[in-house]
Design a protein. Structure first.
Length: 537
């Protein structure tokens, strides 16, 4: 479809047009490399580059008009030019218009919070399928929808022009409900502008992304915009906030969300969605949950109290969307694992889990869940990413020590930083909990409790941990979860914790150290080169 500049001007705030108003536009992008003839180029300032520097390339590629924050230079005279105060705020509404306002043609649920977003999308996706609908998901692991549509996730929340195109693809594929993980970065950068939300979900808020937001208050305020700006502006009837009232920031949000109805969920009996009976075991979660439609009995193969909260959130969303109770039950039962979220690998030499936990709160929750099933030691392999919030590194080390008998500190995604500097900061937290660094441990010698080791190479750390497991041990490999790469000095090398574990377990089996049984693991990554696990030292 094509849209005239007059229609585009109507969705912008304080636009100033210089040029031919009769020009027709068929698409838009912020990336000059994606521009096609007849498209609109939106020049935006980024963290590493400024789109205003690429206007000439966009015009050369066929851009029929430009949106920019700067005045037109003489060299761009033939091209219609729309000057706006904020290009980022312009991209979303324009992209939505050019793609036929796709979010008005589906149910759209935005999910924000530090933890739980991905698991919640899987639960809701299963519920909609059980109810006979066609769900779509945009999130950390992938962008996926019916009829085989699936793309690897580049960002948790894509840039506005890419996002609206995805929504259009979903509508054309017959998607009825889309669940999108709404990141604080996406909200702060205006990527969700132009979206018409039915529901917004707030899961929790704990320390993360302070390298970007600066402090916890600004991090919260970024997430708050889903509920104070986007939802109130939605054209959808009865737009609603679903909020975790057990979380202090959730309680605050419920009070500050004055223009919207709020449905609260949590353990507290004053929540509209709350459990009246709960049993959490190694085999899963059984609960009776009170809802406005009556009580519902559920069973989930997921375990841990944090997953109970995810289930309550999913039930709350289902309540507002009118998903039948039997589909809610079937959907919850259908989800037996989430990629990289307490993903399990079984071996005769111990029980192994891979988890994405990369914040202090998430790591604490996972280790508390593992305590339920422990029969002997809990051994944790963990590290922290580079170029991210440095203040959480000792906190991560402290939580690893608090929940484990033995900790192996290793490299995560060091990015541009020296991995040994990151490791030293994590060590501070491990030592602050009273752990001491062990001397060299010989094969066969039992590990001492309240000790830790440092193995900078992540592959070596995982291998070392596997070879020191005994029958009743639990090994947690934390931090990367579903990721299939390790980023070192700007290069992403193929690396998958699950693949490394499988390779080591196969090697042990070949050496006849006992039969090994593995749960299904993702097998789509390239075999990591030996150097891919190195820390670039």
């Amino acid at each position: 479809m094509t849209v005239g500049l007059k229609e585009i001007l109507a969705v912008l705030e304080n636009p100033m047009l210089d040029g031919d108003l009769s020009v027709e536009i068929s698409g838009a992008s912020h990336d000059s490399r994606k521009i096609r003839p007849g498209w609109l180029f939106v020049a935006m300032a980024g963290e590493n580059s400024d789109g205003h520097d690429f206007i000439a390339q966009a015009i050369h590629a066929g851009a029929s008009a430009v949106i920019a924050e700067k005045a037109r230079a003489e060299i761009f005279e033939p091209v219609p030019w729309i000057r706006v105060p904020d290009s980022r705020s312009a991209l979303g509404p324009v992209a939505a218009l050019l793609n036929g306002r796709p979010t008005t043609k589906m149910v759209l649920v935005g999910i924000t919070g530090t933890n739980g977003k991905t698991t919640l999308t899987f639960l809701l996706e299963a519920m909609v399928k059980a109810a006979g609908g066609k769900p779509g998901v945009i999130g950390t692991i992938s962008y996926r929808w019916g009829n085989g549509g699936e793309l690897n996730a580049v960002h948790t929340t894509p840039e506005a022009s890419d996002l609206q195109f995805l929504f259009k693809e979903m509508v054309e594929a017959g998607v009825t409900h889309t669940f999108i993980e709404v990141s604080s970065h996406g909200l702060h950068r205006g990527r969700l502008l132009g979206c018409e939300f039915d529901l917004g979900v707030f899961t929790n808020l704990t320390q993360d992304h302070l390298d970007y937001h600066g402090n916890l208050e600004d991090y919260y305020l970024a997430k708050q915009t889903l509920f104070t700006k986007l939802l109130p502006a939605s054209s959808k009837k009865d737009a609603t906030a679903v909020v975790n009232l057990d979380d202090p920031y959730g309680r605050r949000l419920a009070l500050e969300t004055e223009s919207l109805p709020v449905m609260g969920y949590g353990l507290a009996p004053d929540c509209e969605i709350h459990p009246t009976a709960v049993t959490v075991t190694a085999n899963g979660i059984s609960a009776t949950v009170s809802t406005p439609r009556g009580q519902i009995a559920i069973f989930s193969r997921l375990t841990g109290s944090f997953n109970l909260m995810n289930i309550l959130a999913a039930i709350a969303v289902a309540e507002k969307l009118g998903i039948p109770s039997d589909a809610v039950q079937k959907g919850i039962e259908a989800v037996d694992a989430i990629p990289g979220r307490l993903e399990r690998v079984l071996s005769k030499s111990g029980t192994i889990f891979v988890d994405y936990a990369h914040t202090p709160h998430a790591l604490k929750n996972v280790l508390e869940a593992l305590k339920i099933i422990r029969t002997d030691r809990i051994i944790t392999v963990m590290g922290c990413g580079g170029d991210r919030d440095k203040t959480k590194r000792p906190l991560m080390g402290m939580e690893a020590a608090a929940g484990s008998d033995f900790v192996i500190v290793t490299s995560d995604n060091p990015r541009s930083e020296d991995p040994l500097d990151i490791i030293r900061q994590v060590e501070e937290g491990v030592r602050s909990y009273g752990f001491t660094r062990c001397s060299k441990v010989l094969n066969g010698q039992p590990l001492k409790s309240r000790c830790y080791n440092v193995i900078p190479d992540r592959r070596d750390a995982i291998t070392w941990a596997v070879n020191h497991l005994k029958g009743g041990d639990i090994l947690l490999v934390a931090g990367k979860g579903h990721e299939t790469y390790q980023e070192i000095k700007g290069v992403r090398y193929p690396f998958d914790d699950r693949e490394v574990l499988r390779e080591e377990l196969k090697r042990r089996a070949a050496l006849r150290q006992g039969p090994v049984e593995c749960s299904p693991l993702v097998d789509n990554a390239e075999h990591p080169h030996r150097e891919s696990g190195r820390t670039g030292q």
